[in-house]
Design a protein around this ligand. Structure first.
Ligand code: ADE
Length: 350
């Protein structure tokens, strides 16, 4: 085991030092900057996260600035990245840090791990990268690397698979340089040990890799059954006033609190017009509705949404606390990704 480890550590760390992408969160030891990056990089690719990260850090350079911000501003900075719970929880955690830790990100792993939204992944990543603590990170990329190294047919999505893989990751993480080691494992999974067509000839661990020795790389890890796509039908209304468009806040699990043109998820056989009308009335909006015939297709994770676009004219003066007119190009509230698309549609421009 020991010789196996020493055969892996140096080549992987050397490879990482030569090949690590130059990313802003790798140029700092500021735990806040590293924490923000690790939250953004969960469920989001590096290339996508990068511009959001730069903007977010400019706007909220310290724990305290985020703690003191209005939630709307935080969500607006996150708008487009999805999984908005991450932003809300990060702000809740920042407020805890200000209240209970004098605004300093806790160096104590248990205290850090107890903050809102900090699970085992975030704890291990931030504690190792910012403070050098020897915690092993396990994410999808690392799991794939480990499964191949040891030719294990395990899925990190099952509790028992995750447990075994975490133990293996824990056994490999070095006492020193844990942050580099973790980032090297993630980087290897993201750039070399790819799900399909891995680049084994570039891999610093090829001599230790059992799956490669067996010539059966792509069997590990087992391919997860694709989550089946759920089709959703929705109708939305574009109501304009002096070049601005009416938006309302979404309610419900995922997009709660974000804004988009008002609408409704279509169900049953009631007419679209009646369902839209009822949804608008709940928001205090009475409008004359007219279909445009246009359908916008939008996908979020495993939902394929077909959106019927309607146009509306306000019947009475609008008195609604739950809806507001916003500029198409520089709205002051956080829009959903669908909301952004609908607002920016060419056809709707005057
Ligand atoms: N994915 C999430 N965090 C990462 C990091 N610090 N380095 C490489 N990939 C990552």
């Amino acid at each position: 085991m020991k010789s196996d480890l020493s055969r892996m550590r140096r080549p992987l760390l050397n490879w990482y030092r030569r090949n690590a992408r130059d990313l802003p969160w790798r140029r700092t030891r500021d735990p806040w900057a590293i924490w923000v990056s690790e939250i953004m990089l969960q469920q989001t690719r590096v290339e996508t996260a990068l511009p959001y990260y730069l903007k977010f850090m400019k706007q909220f350079p310290t724990v305290t600035t985020l703690a003191r911000a209005r939630e709307d501003d935080v969500l607006a900075a996150w708008a487009g990245l999805g999984y908005y719970r991450r932003a809300r929880q990060l702000q809740a955690a920042a407020r805890e840090v200000v209240r209970e830790h004098a605004g300093r990100v806790p160096r104590d792993p248990d205290a850090f791990g107890a903050l809102a939204g900090v699970g085992p992944y975030t704890k291990a990543a931030v504690q190792s990268i910012a403070f050098g603590a020897p915690f092993a990170v396990l994410d999808g990329n690392v799991a794939r690397v480990l499964c191949r190294l040891r030719a294990l047919r395990l899925s990190v999505r099952t509790p028992s698979g995750a447990k075994t893989l975490q133990k293996l990751a824990d056994a490999l993480v070095p006492m020193r340089n844990a942050g580099d080691w973790n980032q090297a494992m993630m980087e290897l999974g993201a750039t070399v040990c790819l799900p399909r067509a891995p680049r084994c000839d570039e891999c610093p661990l090829r001599r230790s890799c059992r799956a490669l020795a067996l010539g059966r790389l792509e069997e590990f890890p087992p391919v997860a059954a694709r989550r089946s796509v759920v089709r959703v039908r929705r109708a939305v209304v574009l109501i304009e006033s002096r070049g601005r468009v009416l938006v309302a806040q979404r309610k419900g699990a995922h997009l709660d609190g974000l804004w988009e043109p008002p609408g409704v998820e279509l169900r049953g056989r009631t007419s679209v017009r009646a369902q839209l009308d009822a949804a608008l009335r709940k928001l205090g909006i009475h409008a004359k509705l007219e279909p445009t015939g246009e359908i916008v297709k939008h996908t979020i994770t495993h939902h394929a949404i077909e959106v019927e676009v309607w146009r509306g004219k306000i019947r009475r003066k609008l008195i609604s606390l739950q809806a507001r007119y916003e500029s198409r190009v520089s709205p002051r509230v956080a829009l959903t990704a669908l909301g952004q698309r609908l607002m920016l549609r060419r056809r709707a421009l005057p």
